[in-house]
Design a binder for this molecule. Structure first.
Ligand SMILES: NC(=O)c1ccc[n+]([C@@H]2O[C@H](COP(=O)([O-])OP(=O)(O)OC[C@H]3O[C@@H](n4cnc5c(N)ncnc54)[C@H](O)[C@@H]3O)[C@@H](O)[C@H]2O)c1
Length: 363
């Protein structure tokens, strides 16, 4: 018999929500998969599965009123994240929220205030870190084997075409509320800030070159982080194939990820000592990292740990989600004003109320 508290979880939104359901179901000692809610009942039924004991339903309000449910997983389109998150907090639930958690700093503050008021938590979905390559790098950093970071380059080179944009909310300011920096590169940017610290300065060029959409699909971004590292991020949704990559040069070590677009944390990472004499020590430390639970399964595991107070939880925190929104805000400001923007941003920042063009200035 497991001594873990069994959390009853419901997923709202049965698109990527299907992967979340699989993640929770991988831990039957930690979660009871109670319900899947989607306006499209057939989609909800398919993800809930027959004979699983998981309810399929369409009414979010009915779900939130169920006292049996502990955790609400918000896998809705971006423009619905804040309202669903706050409603779930007010119903006394902890929340797991897909990226982007909000699309303004003002809404981050609203969510934080709702967390304070209700005593409940919000944890973001950043599943890319749950892969052995990325975890190995964190381990080397913990052991002091990397030295100070010099430089990091990030590539999010993915292919998106008409079929992707057939879903009406995508590519629009009102629905997706942003382009490739909000929907795609947000993942590697979070991986980078977990390693190198929050971004303190940013300059950026953004453009729409690939598809006939409202939001950006290409970007070239330069950043400096709190640790002093210099970072470049190259983004396009017009690559011939999908690939993601991180390359980092530290004082004692150079690290390169594999090229897997959606599982960059796994794959074939290389760790090369600057002084070959240190390679054996690095290899020995790398061998200490075993049994990494990957992707959504790893995310579900670490969310459970975070919600039940296990100290070693390694999922992204609310503070990281806040910084991801702050960074997007700063990138839009830098690109639109052709300027270098310093972070953290103040409430008086012109895009505090949102970067979506018609929301600018509204708090
Ligand atoms: N973490 C990742 O790697 C990853 C991958 C894909 C998508 N996402 C994010 O997940 C979110 C959802 O994306 P998606 O691709 O699954 O979108 P989607 O459009 O495929 O699915 C969203 C679902 O929400 C349902 N829905 C909308 N309004 C609803 C309501 N009021 N009540 C109940 N159901 C409702 C829709 O019917 C739809 O089935 C987005 O924020 C996206 O950025 C994250």
């Amino acid at each position: 018999m497991s001594d873990k508290p069994l959390l009853s979880v419901a997923v709202i939104g049965a698109g990527v929500g299907a992967s979340h359901v699989a993640g929770y179901r991988a831990h039957p000692d930690r979660y009871r998969m109670a319900a899947v809610c989607d306006l499209d009942i057939e989609r909800a039924r398919k993800v809930a599965g027959e004979g699983t004991g998981t309810r399929a339903m369409t009414d979010m309000a009915e779900l939130l009123a169920d006292p049996e449910i502990d955790v609400i997983d918000v896998s809705l389109p971006p423009h619905l994240h804040v309202s669903a998150t706050i409603a779930a907090l007010e119903a006394g639930k902890d929340v797991v929220c897909e990226k982007p958690m909000t699309t303004s700093m003002a809404d981050v503050d609203k969510v934080e205030e709702a967390m304070r008021r209700t005593g409940k938590k919000v944890l973001p979905v950043f599943q890319y870190r749950f892969g052995p390559g990325y975890q190995k790098l964190l381990h080397l950093m913990d052991k002091g084997l990397t030295g100070k970071p010099y430089i990091c380059s990030l590539e999010t080179h993915w292919k998106r075409g008409a079929a992707y944009y057939d879903v009406p909310w995508r590519g629009t300011w009102s629905g997706e509320q942003g382009g490739a920096i909000v929907g795609h590169a947000i993942h590697v940017h979070n991986l980078m800030t977990r390693l190198l610290g929050p971004v303190v300065e940013v300059a950026a060029f953004l453009d729409t070159k690939v598809n006939p959409i409202e939001t950006e699909d290409c970007g070239a971004i330069s950043m400096r982080t709190q640790s002093g590292a210099l970072v470049t991020s190259s983004i396009t949704l017009g690559s011939a194939t999908d690939m993601s990559r991180m390359r980092l040069c530290f004082e004692k070590l150079s690290v390169e990820s594999g090229l897997e677009p959606y599982t960059i944390g796994g794959g074939n990472w290389t760790f090369t000592a600057v002084d070959p004499v240190n390679q054996a020590g690095i290899d020995a430390a790398l061998a200490e990292v075993t049994g990494v639970v990957e992707r959504y399964e790893g995310l579900a595991l670490h969310i459970h740990m975070a919600l039940t107070g296990e100290e070693s939880a390694g999922c992204a925190t609310f503070a990281e989600a806040r910084h991801s929104i702050e960074l997007i805000t700063a990138i839009y400001q830098a690109a639109r004003n052709r300027t270098v923007v310093s972070l953290p941003l103040e409430k008086a920042h012109p895009l505090y109320g949102g970067w979506v063009p018609e929301l600018e200035g509204a708090a």
